[in-house]
Design a protein around this ligand. Sequence first.
Ligand SMILES: NC(=O)c1ccc[n+]([C@@H]2O[C@H](COP(=O)([O-])OP(=O)(O)OC[C@H]3O[C@@H](n4cnc5c(N)ncnc54)[C@H](OP(=O)(O)O)[C@@H]3O)[C@@H](O)[C@H]2O)c1
Length: 228
Amino acid sequence: MTELSGSHFLVVGATGVLGAELSRRLAALGARLTLSGKSAAKLQALADELGNAVEGTVAADLGKAGSPTEIAAAVYGKELNGLVFAAGVVAFGPAVAVEDDTLDELMLVNLLGYMRLMREVGPQLVRDSVVVQVSAVVAESPTAGMAAYSVTKAGLSAYGKALTLELRRQGVRVIDVRPPHTETGLAARPIAGDAPRLPQGKDPGAVADRIVQAIVDGEKDLPSSSFN
Ligand SMILES: NC(=O)c1ccc[n+]([C@@H]2O[C@H](COP(=O)([O-])OP(=O)(O)OC[C@H]3O[C@@H](n4cnc5c(N)ncnc54)[C@H](OP(=O)(O)O)[C@@H]3O)[C@@H](O)[C@H]2O)c1
C-alpha cells in the first residue's frame, strides 16, 4: 500500500482531461502537487480548484526542446514521491503520408520530452516512489491510420520497461498505463488528420480511478485489459 498523504507528485499534462482527473484524486488523497501543462490559463484554473494541495505550477510546451529543463526547474532540489506523465497529442492519417512537423510534434510531446525530463528528475525520486507514464492501447496493438502515434506510445512503453529495471534498486516503481479509447475529446483535437469512427470510449473518471488504485495498491503494470 503506497501512502499518498504528504507525498509530493509532479504531474505533467495536468491540464488535460485525464491529467486533471488524476490530479484531483491525488490531491484528495493528501498529495502535494507540482502541476505542469501547456496552457497557462488551464493550469491556473486547476491550481485555483485544488488550492493548498498545489505546491507549484509550470507552463511548458513540450514541443520545444528546452521545456523538460523548465519543468525540472520547478521541482529542483525537492524530493519527489511520484511523477505522472499524462501529456500527449494524437494524429491520424496514412503512415506513408505523415508530414515532418506532425512526426516531430508527436515524438517531442509524447516521448522525447518525457525521456529528457526523466533524465533531469529521475535522481530526485525517493525510495518507494512511483512513476506513472500514460501510454495507450495502441502500444500493444499498433493501429492503421495511427502509425506515428502508435510508435510514440510503443516507444514510451519500451522506455518504461527499461526504466523499471534501471530504477528498481533506487526503489522506484514504474507503471506503464495503456488505456483503451477514453472519452476525453482527445480524438477530436488531433494535430493532423481526422479520427475514424470510434466506438464509445471509457469514462475518464473511471480510467483515473483505476490508475490511482494501481498507484496505491503497488501494481507494476496497467495493460489495456485492466480497464475492462
Ligand atoms: N483519450 C484517449 O482515448 C486516450 C487513450 C489512451 C491514452 N491516452 C493518453 O492519455 C494522455 C492524456 O490524454 P487526454 O485524453 O487526457 O487528452 P487531453 O485532454 O487532450 O490532454 C492532453 C494533455 O497533453 C498536454 N499537451 C498537449 N500538447 C502539449 C505540448 N506541446 N506541451 C505540453 N503539454 C502538451 C495538454 O496540455 P494543454 O491542455 O495545457 O494544452 C494536456 O495536458 C495522452 O498521453 C494520451 O495519448 C488517451
